[in-house]
Design a protein around this ligand. Structure first.
Ligand SMILES: [Zn+2]
Length: 374
């Protein structure tokens, strides 16, 4: 029953930009999560800004998020977060779940994070049966733009962060079972070079080559940042140019920076500022500050040892909405989902045997929170 639900979720394509798929997914989730008897609402998210390959800004709609709340009048409030979107487009050949063997389910979003949503649901169902559940209130918030950096739902996180004591998120655990504790910060940004077009044969000296501007910039910023050990900068995409006898007037370079500290994040932003000119501008797509540990990990350790679950905590370069929530002042434990691997590839898998274990861990964590809230 539990696995059938998960398979129906996995088989429903819900790429962040596939709004029809997101709608179907949301309907399935609404149906499953109605078992919690909470108040269910759809939450509209504002559109986000995107830059096209022609250098034009466009507003992009994202699907509505799903919110389910219960006992919001209780003094101790827990935020349970997840995302229904995945990275697999509706054209991707990877669309369906299949069993690799008795323990592995392969499928788009099987672990990241439809499996995580299942853990959230089942843990809450168990928790709600316990008398302690009456002591705390909770909100489930499932967004639709996490995989593109939450450009639309970050506003919601900022708005509500202060209303909760702790956030539990259900990103997958590592293949060895480890749970992410500290996370790097991440910045997605586009550098846009504005040149001047001209015919190569007739007016070469009248042109200004935008690809040349971008190449110089890429070399210079990498040189500059190579001195800052904690900062990683990936030149992720490049667009521009056309016929080879025309000097291109536009080139766009997409970059992803990863940092360990807030200082490094500021250094990175300053570095971009330094290169800003009439020929070169920047467009920040999404930002997630680095995330440290918090005192709720002590509670998690205690709960894990009580139920005899080995617990490995790890630092990771990957980011998630836990980074955002924590930056808005809400302490987060964000990798309570099941064990999975090869995320964001056609080999994404979920370790089915980890589902029960993670459900149990979260149920007990909720009980411990409720006990503490007495
Ligand atoms: Zn995820």
């Amino acid at each position: 029953m539990m696995l059938n639900t998960l398979i129906s979720w996995v088989n429903t394509n819900s790429h962040s930009s596939h709004l029809e798929g997101i709608e179907k997914m949301r309907a399935l989730l609404k149906d499953s999560f109605s078992r919690l008897n909470g108040d269910i609402e759809e939450i509209s998210l504002p559109p986000y800004k995107k830059i096209t390959s022609r250098g034009v800004f466009e507003e992009v709609e994202v699907g509505k998020a799903l919110r389910i709340t219960k006992r919001r009048e209780a003094p101790f409030q827990v935020f349970l977060g997840g995302h229904m979107d995945t990275v697999y487009t509706k054209e991707d050949p990877f669309q369906k779940a299949r069993f690799e063997n008795e323990t592995l389910l392969i499928g788009p979003g099987a672990a990241d994070m439809k499996g995580g949503l299942l853990v959230m649901l089942e843990a809450l169902l168990k928790f709600e049966k316990h008398p302690l559940s009456q002591k705390i209130g909770w909100e489930i918030f499932i967004n639709t733009d996490e995989e593109i950096g939450s450009p639309s739902s970050r506003f919601y996180f900022e708005k509500v962060a202060k209303q909760f004591e702790v956030a539990l998120l259900f990103e997958p655990g590592f293949p060895d079972g480890a749970i992410a504790e500290k996370r790097k910060g991440s910045l997605n940004i586009y550098a846009i070079a504005h040149g001047k077009t001209a015919h190569v044969g007739r007016d070469f000296e009248k042109g200004k080559n935008a690809i040349g501007i971008i190449c110089n910039f890429a070399t210079e910023i990498q040189k500059l940042l190579s001195l800052e050990k904690g900062i990683q900068l990936n030149l992720g995409s490049i667009q521009g140019g056309g016929p080879l006898n025309v000097i291109p007037d536009l080139a766009i370079l997409g970059l992803n920076g990863r940092v360990e500290t807030l200082e490094e994040l500021n250094l990175l932003k300053e570095a971009f500022n330094r290169f800003t000119s009439h020929e070169l501008s920047f467009f920040e797509v999404s930002i997630r500050p680095p995330k440290g540990s918090n005192h709720f990990f002590e509670l998690l350790k205690k709960v894990a040892s009580q139920i005899g679950e080995p617990l490995i905590l790890r630092e990771t370069g990957g980011t998630c909405d836990g980074n955002l929530l924590e930056s808005f002042g809400l302490p987060s434990i964000d990798a309570l989902g099941p064990i999975g691997g090869h995320l964001h590839t056609e080999h994404e898998y979920l370790d089915i045997t980890s589902l029960e274990k993670r459900i149990n861990l979260t149920t007990h964590l909720l009980m411990e929170l409720a006990q503490g809230a007495l």
